[in-house]
Ligand binder design. Structure first.
Ligand code: ATP
Length: 368
């Protein structure tokens, strides 16, 4: 068993605050992904856990042991980086078993552990090959093999798939997931790719400028983003944001969009007082903005002018301009759509998000 406690972790590089007040408890066997834009502090956080970076203040614990001052090699952690750092003159077997040989494990144990790791990672046929004779994905699997033979308490991954092309990344993502299901070692994984984060994580930590913006399951960060930043970061294409004024009505809420359009949400109530009206952003994901071809009663909808059609095969993205700005919606039947055409989008009212313009926090309305 290995849990990780990160308590009020801070890292300053002179006057730069790279990580501030990072607080999190990671459960045994959990797969946690740190994600955020470049420079947000995710690698620095990982490197502090690995012991590769001094901690300015705060505490790192594995189980009940404080490891702030423990040497990296004594932390019982295995780390896999973006560049696999394989020894070019050693074959796959020797690369995987390198750590065990350095620690002078008995020969039969080295043989057993290395072959077991090779089997888990589907590398048995390649044990005699040199790194130069392997594909990018195979090299990455060897690097993972080297980590798993050590049976560490904790795996740390720093952008391990970012050197691979899109197709291989996708395949290796699934491999990572299978690997975790097999070995169940507690894992902390850094990426800037939100799709990788969503598909791999039990919980995602979204960071910006050294600060945690939200910790949550993939479901939570997608459906209940804490704020405007998280809402815009998670999801592709990104969420549409429209300036609006929200007014409480009897019943429900009235939503006045910038530019003149408006709609009524009879079944919505806000938990908090908003005064006579309040400036907000409403957020609607493209997948919740569906092109409708025939007018229906009681539809909550907005109109816009079609600017770009992006067919993706199974569905089509429609980039449009309304009096409130640009929005992206989706269509299932985009044949024959013309540039400049007027498009009506149905909005799924349960999926509308409201963000306070000042605090940028998401408000959670009650829907009856
Ligand atoms: P990326 O996705 O680009 O790798 P990241 O989220 O991993 O970014 P970090 O590498 O953790 O970000 O960097 C966080 C901040 O700390 C950045 O502003 C970076 O410039 C700064 N930083 C990182 N390492 C050092 C260093 N050795 N000296 C000074 N500043 C540093």
């Amino acid at each position: 068993m290995s849990t990780v406690s990160l308590i009020q972790l801070n890292k300053n590089f002179k006057e730069i605050s790279a990580v501030s007040d990072f607080d999190m408890f990671i459960e045994d066997k959990e797969f946690v992904v740190l994600v955020g834009p470049s420079g947000c502090g995710k690698s620095t956080t990982l490197r502090m856990i690995a012991g590769l970076e001094d901690i300015t203040s705060g505490t790192v614990k594995i189980d009940d042991r404080i490891i702030n001052n423990v040497h990296p090699k004594d932390r019982d952690i295995a780390m896999v980086f973006q560049n696999y750092a394989l020894y070019p003159h050693m074959n796959v077997f020797k690369n995987i078993s390198f750590g065990l040989r350095a620690r002078k494990y008995p020969k039969n144990e080295i043989e057993l552990k290395t072959r077991k790791a090779a089997e888990i990672l589907d590398l048995t046929e390649l044990l005699e090959r040199l790194p130069g004779e392997l594909s990018g994905g195979q090299k990455q699997r060897v690097a993972m093999g080297r980590a798993i033979v050590r049976e560490p308490k904790l795996f740390l991954f720093d952008e391990p798939l970012s050197n691979l092309d899109a197709k291989l990344r996708h395949k290796m993502r699934a491999e990572m997931k299978k690997l975790h299901q097999k070995v169940q070692t507690t894992t902390i994984y850094v990426t800037h790719d939100q799709i990788e984060a969503m598909t791999l994580a039990d919980r995602i930590v979204i960071m910006r400028s050294g600060v945690i913006e939200q910790i949550g399951t993939p479901y939570e960060v997608y459906h209940e983003p804490a704020n405007h930043f998280v809402a815009g970061f998670i999801g592709t294409p990104t969420m549409n944001f429209i300036d609006c004024e929200l007014e409480k009505t009897q019943p429900g809420l009235h939503c006045q969009l910038s530019g003149g359009s408006s709609f009524q949400l009879d079944h919505f109530q806000l938990n908090e007082e908003i005064g006579p009206s309040r400036e907000m952003y409403i957020g609607i994901r493209p997948e919740d903005l569906i092109h409708v071809t025939s007018k229906r009663e009681n539809l909550i909808s907005i109109d816009a002018q079609l600017e770009v059609v992006e067919p993706l095969g199974a569905e089509t993205l429609l980039i449009c301009k309304g009096d409130f700005g640009e929005i992206t919606g989706k269509s299932n039947q985009a044949r024959g759509l013309q540039w400049g055409e007027s498009i009506e989008f149905e909005i799924n009212p349960d999926r509308i998000h409201f963000f306070d313009k000042k605090t940028r926090k998401r408000l959670s309305p009650n829907i009856s």
